[in-house]
Design a protein around this ligand. Sequence first.
Ligand code: SAM
Length: 292
Amino acid sequence: MRFEIITIFPGFFTGIFDHGIVRRAQAEGLVAVTAHDLRTFTHDRHRTVDDRPFGGGEGMVLKPEPLAKALESLGIQVKADRGEMQKQILRSAHEWRSPQEDQVGGGETRVILLSAQGRPFTQTVAREVAALKRVVLICGRYEGVDERINQLYCDMELSIGDYVLSGGELAAAVVVDAVMRLVPGVLGNEASGEFESFGVADAEISRSEEGVPRSQHGAGGLLDYPHYTRPAEFGGLRAPEVLLNGDHQQIRKWRREQQLRKTLRNRPDLLERAALSPEDRSILETIQRDSE
Ligand code: SAM
């Protein structure tokens, strides 16, 4: 999978992907990340990328011409020239999967505009993006990007959270990191993405759990359970006895209960769409009854 990042600060990405899983994935040729300097696509002496907003107001806006040139240099056509499916900004993550052969650069390519006004970037969206061959990420700066770039070229606007960053670079790095680890072969144990926070439900997991117990089920949209390692005793606290006794059935049960407890405490909203078994529901009822 290939990530192309368009930015006025390509140096921001120097070193940021040179660690851990992300570095290894690149070294093994599973993924590639390239940062493209937007100023390369300007033609004036000052390499101007921004201009004052029409209608007045604070700040500057990234001009459309350099962005269009940068996209075209990557073989990205305007959506109108890519076929019917791409004429609209995609409305949901599911629409990423076009049944038609994508005509952008010959593979499955999508253009993402990082924006505080975008759709929330979630693990579900990360999984959809990970199925693509190539993603182009546009990093805004100042007050943002001339809207016509969004209208003409972008398949989706993504926000990494309800706060305003000073630029799209950090957001792009978050998207690249979260997506990259879902690309097949990147994680040592491919199943591990499914058993983490926000992981998919059992029915969507193709492989069975082997060896070390993780939880009773795939995360099914819940948060992860707490993790412990040696020493067994630290800061006056002992790791839960159940994790030390080697009874895999008990460990699975405990972990599932912890997932439910943590999700109920920190993200009750997730429970509404989580894949819960009758046993999960009964555990939740017990937790809620006990806390009353
Ligand atoms: N005027 C914009 C607004 O109120 O939505 C904020 C612009 S922000 C200062 C500059 C750039 O940072 C944006 O164009 C976008 O690329 C990026 N950015 C800011 N917050 C973001 C977020 N929550 N998610 C993704 N990108 C963000």
